[in-house]
Design a protein around this ligand. Structure first.
Ligand code: 5GP
Length: 183
């Protein structure tokens, strides 16, 4: 019997805790490969090019689109984010499970182009919880936090698009659920 490698998409509003849940899930499933996206946004302090993102200019991003190098991409709060196609295809061909951590518009594009993908939405337990987390992490200006909350409202409306919804009321429990979908 051949096993088919999984492609799992984890989406959800900024600040919901996607990265923490992924980190926890990877401690159980170290074989899973997490895609590194390209973005036009500036690095935050401590972020490393090629690790957190590939930081590119608008012109470079345009070129990646023109060359069909992106599996999906989206405009999110005035910056563009996209998944480089080649590494994802290579990992899947090698039988390695792939996880994409992206926003909702991109998840919709993956739904269209890769029908085998499993789409998972990570939801905050409450709206107040999301507000507190986003403001509390201190990585964005107040204007940026507001833009992300506006985006979050729309993203929450799209959760019906997803195969599964995980409520992030507890990181370990949420990660355990994600592990199930990756296994
Ligand atoms: P941040 O600026 O906080 O790193 O990311 C902002 C949003 O963009 C998050 O919801 C994150 O999941 C999403 N994102 C990161 N990489 C990609 C990508 O390659 N494609 C899409 N569509 N969204 C992404």
């Amino acid at each position: 019997m051949t096993t088919r490698a999984h492609l799992v998409v984890l989406a959800g509003p900024s600040g919901v805790g996607k990265s923490s849940v992924i980190k926890e899930a990877l401690s159980v499933l170290p074989n899973t490969w997490v895609s590194v996206s390209a973005t036009t946004r500036a690095p935050r302090p401590g972020e490393v090019d090629g690790v957190n993102y590939f930081y590119v200019t608008d012109e470079q991003f345009d070129q990646m689109i023109a060359n069909n190098e992106l599996l999906e991409w989206a405009n999110y709060t005035n910056n563009r984010y996209g998944t480089p196609r080649k590494p994802v295809e290579e990992k899947l061909a090698a039988g390695i499970p792939v996880l994409l951590e992206i926003e909702v518009q991109g998840a919709g594009q993956i739904r269209e182009s890769m029908s085998e993908a499993l789409l998972v939405f990570l939801e905050p337990p409450t709206w107040a919880d999301l507000e507190a987390r986003l403001a509390g992490r201190g990585t964005e200006s107040q204007t940026q936090v507001q833009a992300r909350l506006d985006a979050a409202l729309k993203e929450l409306e799209s959760k019906g698009l997803f195969d599964y919804v995980i409520v992030n009321d507890d990181v370990n429990r949420a990660a355990a659920q994600l592990v199930q979908y990756l296994s």
